[in-house]
Write a protein that binds this ligand. Structure first.
Ligand code: AQP
Length: 353
């Protein structure tokens, strides 16, 4: 687990939070309903969120406005927004402890994103690796404008809540760093307004790789379903995907970054079992890849099965999900509106009385 000290607040905070809540440092994180969440999303982000809510004041969002930066089927998007919410709840995120909401239910996200857009440069946004990767796959003229400005929306997500800490997988680190830079730039120009956030990246499991191509990250919207494990995958499918995961022709089950496929599988084993590297290597001494993969598959099933039972129960009761999301949106709107108003005032907009 990563040890960290959150950055001190550089803003006066939000008046409507009570004292007990204000005593806690604040966390914001989100997940796109751009596909069914994968084991990578679970290991790199969601599993950590449940732990963090014991110590921090947490805001967790299903960031649907980010999802539509690439083409989505409307019916699928609606379904996955509920499913992602159900997964977060089944993973232990508790609406009594954390604010859980859908991004589009809080209009201040889009509004602050616009304001931040006006303070950002094409150069800053062009340097983002995710954009460069997307641009490399297509021509500059056909790439969506939303994909280009995605990081300013993400900055707005974080800055609205005075978040000190943003727990993310390794792939999102650069975007959090940009949010940091943009907050500092805004504060410098207009006076202290935003808390300067810090990324929180776990030591192990921050980047779970594709099972078929360990050179690329496991992603929920990947074209092939063989490279990822979905949180909703059945035991049979999990066994099949793990048994056919790419490894090299070696024999020893040891943590060696050069053996990327095996290293990735061992990392998943390590995070889910909570064991150390040496303990795992000892356990698999003189055992073959086949046995290791079987045990890993069973460990994944053991982790996901109880969650799947809960996910199914939530999905059969979407009015309950609506109620949880409505409560989260009320809490989030209350805080976000105040911060938006503060930022509007700072740049000289006449705010509504
Ligand atoms: N492979 C991964 N390993 C560890 N962490 C990961 N995350 C994503 N993939 C991995 C982390 O999960 C959180 C939610 O991610 P997201 O849905 O907001 O966006 P993403 O990073 O773009 O995730 P995907 O699965 O790759 O989605 P698509 O395919 O739609 O682009 C983040 O904290 C992320 O770092």
């Amino acid at each position: 687990m990563v040890a960290f000290a959150a950055a001190p607040s550089t803003s006066q905070g939000t008046p409507n939070l009570n004292k007990k809540i204000m005593a806690k440092e604040i966390i914001f994180s989100g997940i796109k309903p751009s596909g069914v969440p994968t084991l990578g999303n679970y290991v790199g982000a969601i599993s950590k969120w449940a732990e963090l809510q014991q110590k921090y004041r947490c805001f967790f969002s299903v960031v649907d406005l980010h999802a539509i930066t690439v083409s989505q089927d409307p019916k699928e998007l609606r379904y996955r927004t509920y499913l992602t919410t159900a997964i977060m709840l089944a993973a232990g995120i508790d609406p009594k402890k954390s604010v859980i909401f859908v991004q589009s239910h809080v209009p201040a996200h889009s509004e602050l994103a616009w304001l931040i857009n006006t303070q950002s440069t094409m150069g800053e946004l062009s340097r983002m690796t995710q954009f460069k990767d997307a641009a490399a796959k297509t021509s500059k003229t056909s790439i969506g404008a939303g994909l280009f400005t995605y990081p300013t929306l993400m900055a707005a997500d974080i800055l609205l809540y005075d978040a000190h800490v943003v727990p993310v997988g390794d792939d999102q680190k650069q975007h959090v760093e940009l949010a940091r830079d943009l907050a500092q730039k805004f504060n410098h120009r207009f006076g202290k307004t935003f808390v300067v956030p810090k990324p929180l990246i776990r030591d192990s499991g921050a980047r779970i790789m594709d099972l078929q191509n360990p050179d690329k990250k496991m992603s929920k919207s990947d074209d092939s379903d063989r490279g990822y494990i979905l949180i909703t995958d059945s035991p049979d499918i999990i066994r099949k995907k793990i048994m056919s995961a790419v490894t090299d022709s070696g024999r020893n089950i040891v943590f060696n970054k050069k053996h990327k496929g095996l290293y990735n599988l061992l990392t998943i084993y390590q995070v889910l079992s909570g064991q150390g590297e040496k303990q795992i290597e000892k356990h698999f001494l003189n055992k073959g890849y086949g046995q290791f993969k079987q045990e890993l598959a069973e460990l994944i099933i053991k982790t996901l099965s109880p969650m799947q039972t809960q996910i199914n129960a939530y999905m059969k009761n979407t009015p309950r999900l609506d109620k949880i999301l409505a409560q989260g949106a009320r809490q989030a709107n209350q805080i976000a509106d105040l911060k938006l108003k503060e930022a509007y005032k700072k740049v000289g907009l006449v705010t509504k009385r």
